[in-house]
Design a binder for this molecule. Structure first.
Ligand code: HEM
Length: 446
């Protein structure tokens, strides 16, 4: 793919030329060619000094074996972000743009030991109750609805019109959101990830999730929210709100990019055109080479120690370069030897993604249905004009413009006449239905 530099020279345009060593993983240069950065970072050894926002330092693990060592040693490396020394000692301002992703909240992502087990078990047990047939069916209905909004135009932005919307709608369905609450969840999550008026978006999201918790306490349904609250972990209302917000955040943003990056791969690599099972293969290749979370799994050393030949300090921020590890020379060899799922796209160890099966299923259904409905879909712009969103953690496109032969209407829903969320008595029908989730529910029940 990319030629490895023979000496440690930062990639062209990389501000590390002037930054005295730390390699900045933000800004358009990094987003335009992360692989050039990873090739450079490997020259530091298994870990490298990076900056993930102006003034926010981290150590990035780029080597696969070293990444596994860190991810599987929960005694030495902790998730509780209250240990983050630079934040605690005021070197990072609380309003720094990376703080919302990294700062402590009482949910499974930021806990260790017994507390982690308890909170995570509630998530895994509740997600395990999701009926895979029903999930595929509702994903297909939502996909049909979204395609119906743009199908007759013959062109669409497959990111903004589709990949970004679909996970949000699927989560509203999974969590049993009534129309009006679901509209605020959509507004809040979209705003938070777009960084547009993020404070207001967070307020709306947490308000809506809090209302959902109250609603389901009073009237449980057949949904993840109710299963979470019925779980033997006996989550408090505060824990419920934080677990739900985590599920929404940890689920919808990477799902958007998994759908988008897989579609991008299918539209830009002819190799899939003549293969059966092409979607699974394109999805696996995406998880290896262009996964939605490229640098994440924040951890904090419990004590000063030697790690991978380096001195690391208690409470310093360590991240795992999931893409760098996946595409490094050792793992590429394992992959060629036939081990097709050894990648770190879902991370590894006790905090590895607990929802890879539903995430995979949603992605495959979303991509498959789109290709079935728009069989001649193709990229509408030159590939090299596509722009990737800057940021140290995620990997996703800004837009994915495509064209296709216009279709009049996408298929109507197969069976389900009304969803539970749309039924009268859920407390939302008295209000005017104008939001996106309301419109979908109206479309379903027409
Ligand atoms: C149904 C959709 C999804 C849900 C509900 C979900 C949920 C979660 C949760 C709750 C965690 C925290 C687990 C813990 O700390 O014990 C997590 C971690 C993670 N997820 Fe997912 N996820 C979803 C989709 C995805 C996708 C599509 C990707 C990318 C391919 C992904 C990648 C990750 C990674 C890398 C972690 C580790 C984060 C860390 O260590 O800080 N997830 N996910």
């Amino acid at each position: 793919m990319h030629a490895q530099p023979t000496a440690p020279v930062p990639p062209p345009g990389c501000p590390a030329h002037d930054a005295g060593g730390r390699v900045p993983l933000y800004g358009p240069e990094f987003a335009a060619d992360p692989q050039a950065y990873y090739a450079y970072l490997r020259h530091f050894g298994p870990t490298a000094p990076v900056e993930i926002a102006p003034g926010v330092d981290a150590t990035l693990v780029t080597d696969y074996a070293t990444a596994l060592q860190l991810l599987q040693d929960s005694g030495s490396f902790r998730k509780d972000a209250r240990r983050w020394r630079d934040l605690n000692e005021g070197r990072i301002s609380p309003d720094n743009p990376v703080v919302p992703m990294l700062a402590y909240r009482p949910n499974c992502m930021f806990s260790d030991g017994a507390e982690h087990l308890r909170l995570r078990q509630a998530v895994t047990d509740s997600m395990a109750r999701v009926d895979t047939r029903r999930l595929a069916q509702s994903t297909e209905q939502i996909s049909n609805y979204l395609i119906a909004q743009f199908g007759s135009r013959g062109s669409a932005d497959l990111l903004g019109d589709y990949a970004k919307q679909l996970p949000l709608f699927v989560f509203n369905e999974l969590f049993g959101c009534p129309a009006e609450v679901g509209d605020r969840v959509l507004f809040g999550t979209t705003g938070l990830f777009d960084g547009v008026n993020a404070e207001k978006a967070a307020e709306v999201l947490f308000g809506a999730v809090g209302e959902l918790v109250a609603l389901k306490r009073a009237r449980p349904g057949d949904d993840v929210t109710s299963w979470l609250m019925q779980h033997q972990a006996r989550l408090t209302d505060e824990e419920m709100v934080h677990q739900l917000a985590l599920l929404l955040g940890a689920g919808t943003e990477p799902l958007r990019n998994l759908i988008g990056n897989t579609l991008h791969r299918l539209l830009t690599h002819d190799v899939y055109a003549h293969k059966g099972g092409l979607i699974d293969e394109a999805l696996d290749d995406t998880l290896w080479e262009n996964p939605p979370m490229q640098n994440f799994a924040p951890h904090y050393p419990a004590a000063d120690m030697e790690f991978a030949g380096q001195h690391v300090q208690a409470g310093e921020l360590m991240l795992v370069g999931l893409t760098a590890a996946n595409t490094g020379p050792t793992l590429m060899a394992a992959r060629q030897a036939g081990s097709n799922r050894a990648h770190l796209a879902w991370s590894a160890g006790p905090h590895a993604c607990p929802s890879k099966d539903p995430a995979r299923q949603i992605t495959v259904t979303a991509v498959e249905n789109l290709l079935n409905q728009l069989p001649d879909v193709e990229l509408a712009v030159p590939e090299d004009s596509l722009v990737w969103r800057p940021g140290p953690f995620h990997r996703g496109l800004n837009t994915l413009p495509a064209r296709f032969t216009p279709v009049e209407t996408a298929r109507r829903p197969v069976s389900q006449a009304r969803t539970e969320a749309a039924e009268p008595g859920h407390g939302d029908n008295r209000r005017e239905r104008t939001g996106k989730w309301s419109q979908f529910l109206n479309w379903l029940t027409k």
